[in-house]
Structures are given as C-alpha cells and as structure tokens.
Design a protein around this ligand. Sequence first.
Ligand code: ZN
Ligand code: ZN
Length: 337
Amino acid sequence: MRAFAEPLQVEDVADPQAPEDGAVVEVRATGVCRSDWHGWMGHDPAITLPHVPGHELAGVVAAVGPAVRGFAVGDRVTVPFCCGCGTCEPCRHGQTQLCDRDFQPGFTAWGSFAELVALPRADLNLVRLPDKLGFVEAASLGCRFMTAFAAVTEHGRVGAGDWVAVQGCGGVGLSALMIARALGAAVVAVDVDEATLDLARSLGAAHTIDARDPVDEIVDVTGGGAHVSLDALGSAATCANSIRCLRKRGRHVQVGLMLSDDRTAPIPMDRVIAYELSLHGVHGMAVGRYDALLRLVTSGAVDPGRLIGRTISLDEAGAELAAMTDFSQRGVSVVAL
Ligand SMILES: [Zn+2]
Ligand SMILES: [Zn+2]
C-alpha cells in the first residue's frame, strides 16, 4: 500500500527477519477484513506508508529467533490480531488483547498480505493449530470469530436458554450467532439485507428481523427483551437498538468498531439506569482463550467454514478491499497462498 484508498500492488520486497524472541511465518491463508478496509481508507492512525495490510493469518513457522523455546520451523500456527508484549500490566494479568505496547500485524507493522510475516514474542503469541484444522479455516478464526467468541462467552456470559440479539450479520455477527447457538441460546438475527438474513436462518437463527426498526419486534419475539445483545456492526443506530432491545439486567456488548462520527455515539443512559443494564466493550480475545475456542471448533459444535464466502489469490486482495466500500460481498473472503 503506497497510498490510501488507491489500488493495492503486489510487489517484491526484502524478506522479513525473525526478531530475537519472534518468528517469521510463511503465510498459507489470510482473511480479508473490514479492519483492513478501514486501514486502506486511511482511518487508522497507526498505519504509516508504505504498508502491507493483513492480520488474520495462518501458516507455517519459517524461522525463529534464538530466544524462542516453544516453536520450531515447520510448526502450523496462527496468531491473535493483537499480540502482547508479555510484560505490561494487562499482559501480566493474561489480558494480551489489551496490551499497552500491542503489536498488530497489518496495522502497527507490516502484515500478512504477503508470503512471509514477522511476529514478535513467539512463545507468548503464537498458537499451535490442531492437525485437523485447515489453514483457510484457521485464518477465518483470527479476528471476527475470535472476537465473537470473547463477546459471547466472556462479556455476554451467554448460557443455555438465553435470548441473544445480534445487530448486524457480517462475519463477526454470524460467528456470534453460531457460537451462541452452540451454547444453547436462541438467537434473533438483525440485518438490512434479506440474503444475509437467509444465511442467518440457515445457521440456526430462531428469528430474523429487518434492522431498520427492530427494537419492538425483538422485545416481542423474546418475550420482554434479549438477555444479551451484540452490536456487531458498530454504528450509533445499531448500538442504541442493541441497548433498547434488552430485558432488565441485560448485557450489551459493543463488538463493531465505532469510527468517525460514531466515536462518541449517544447512549440511552436513562434505560441503562432504569433496567440496570451492563455495557461491555470487546477488543479481541486473550491468547490464553484460544484453547477453549479451538476445542469448540474441533468438537464440531460450530463450523466456521460455513462463513467462508470464497478463497482468492493475493493479487485479488486489493479488489476485495475496494469491494467492501459498498458492502457488496457476502461471507468472509480468505486469501490462500
Ligand atoms: Zn503487554
Ligand atoms: Zn480482522
């Protein structure tokens, strides 16, 4: 990326070197994500040009630095999009997703729209892939699915019998739908697009509702409001709808990023008080939670492969980002190398 919002070029650049405590991973698959689109559009101040996007990667360790003990060349791995330093206070408490000195491939450094990517602190941040999980599927877990898992399990504390409303059924919303279903919850899927709602129904949504004015209908079909609602899009409107569709003592989880004019979106605090609601933000998932996520996936209780729209080549990644401008694509696109 040599300029924001201009077509991306595939170029030859120098191979990255493994940091002392890090690794170089040969990328086998890397997801194309709305966060990459925001970066490409110039919305992310962490990005300096020239740049290589890409943060949802799976691949094979190609080199390790001399201080690495737990990983070796040839290991099949993935990595959370937010890598921890291991020494700051959040990292010391296991919350690597909140690291004070976070490393985010494709944002704070060159990422995985490439044959090779360098990653720091490999013993902390690399995650070994189960043999039966393919690279394309593993790449699709690295951001949306992982964030949805944290949103539903840790923040939403969703349990069997709960009503869960999902506002916005893109990759993260549909991931949350599948995970909530696997935990025994009933899901109300909300979106503006009829084909997307069809997909949500095929993934087990109990009800699907048009997003333009969904609150009364959600309250109605859930018999008084959702126990948990996720704003999986990230906008002032979906955030407010998510809060207003909750029953008393319900939990709102803000999953979608709030950008530009929505950064300081108004919150219906009168309702938060009157219903004793709780509001949660989610910023990815701690690396230590990967074991639980991978157990859920390899158990067969959820099939993230259902969300993969298509696999594309590295040459096509730029056009795929551009297509996100008008929300024209469906499902998750993954670059396979
Ligand atoms: Zn840290
Ligand atoms: Zn992502």
